[in-house]
Design a protein around this ligand. Sequence first.
Ligand SMILES: NC(=O)c1ccc[n+]([C@@H]2O[C@H](COP(=O)([O-])OP(=O)(O)OC[C@H]3O[C@@H](n4cnc5c(N)ncnc54)[C@H](OP(=O)(O)O)[C@@H]3O)[C@@H](O)[C@H]2O)c1
Length: 275
Amino acid sequence: MFPVDYLDRKPLGNTGESISAIGIGTYGIRDEAKAIEALKHAVEVGLDLIDTAEMYGSGRAEELVGMVVRDMGRSRVFIVTKLYPHRFRNPEDSIRALKASLKRLGVNCVDLVLIHWPEEATPIERQVRSLEALVDSGLTRYMGVSNFTTEQLKKALISTTKHDIVVNQVKYSVVDRGVEGELLPFCIANKVTLMAYTPLERGRVADMRPLKELAFKYSKTPIQIALNFLIARPYVVAIPKTERRERVEEFKGALGWRLSYPDIQILERLNQSPQ
Ligand SMILES: NC(=O)c1ccc[n+]([C@@H]2O[C@H](COP(=O)([O-])OP(=O)(O)OC[C@H]3O[C@@H](n4cnc5c(N)ncnc54)[C@H](OP(=O)(O)O)[C@@H]3O)[C@@H](O)[C@H]2O)c1
């Protein structure tokens, strides 16, 4: 059982900084002009965290985020990017890869860089050394991980020597709640922000009957119910993707209120697979 969290700006790890409870993802952009417009609108309305990766569109997503940042102003956007796991075999490779990302983004420094997923072949301690080198070199303000299990995250946390792991980005949605058993309680206890990816199940949550019923009750949409469920958890932020301005508005409507605890419990009883 998790207490209901009412914060619309969530703590970023143990940094004392806060980030929007809802940011925007950039995987699989189809219409670039519309995506840029939607991302700019998101920043305008306060959904000012953008998640990208060197992998997305083979670097093109970072270039598009760069266009958004150039138009909106660097200080208005919290930029998260992710590097391939093999970059973290040694500090030199990670620095070279992040410099290439920064060039595509058109910035001197990102706010947060993540290991996209753990590489089995490289000891976690060595991956963390390479992450720390990125903060030391001033190319990122903060560092974190993605797709790390609780065990892997534990190892990463004890491997740090001077900078904290502030985020673990993992899959989490109202119908895929595997993180709730062990990982989320561990993140809360250790002040690591859990960044929920694929929070809309690629749009499928919009058609689920229990979400539609709650949407009717709250005069909200099923998408807003699905996002509200996630951000009602302490230390959780969600990064839904859209390239449509009107859907950014819809995401924004998930902020500023919370499902009641009994209604959260109704959603907790849903099947684990999308209906
Ligand atoms: N770390 C990782 O390994 C990892 C893995 C996957 C994803 N991610 C990150 O997380 C972000 C989000 O995850 P995701 O893109 O996999 O899935 P998602 O956010 O669950 O779903 C995005 C899809 O849902 C559609 N959608 C958005 N709003 C909708 C609405 N109101 N009604 C119906 N459909 C809607 C979008 O289409 P439109 O664009 O047309 O609106 C898009 O096709 C990614 O973009 C990426 O930044 C990270």
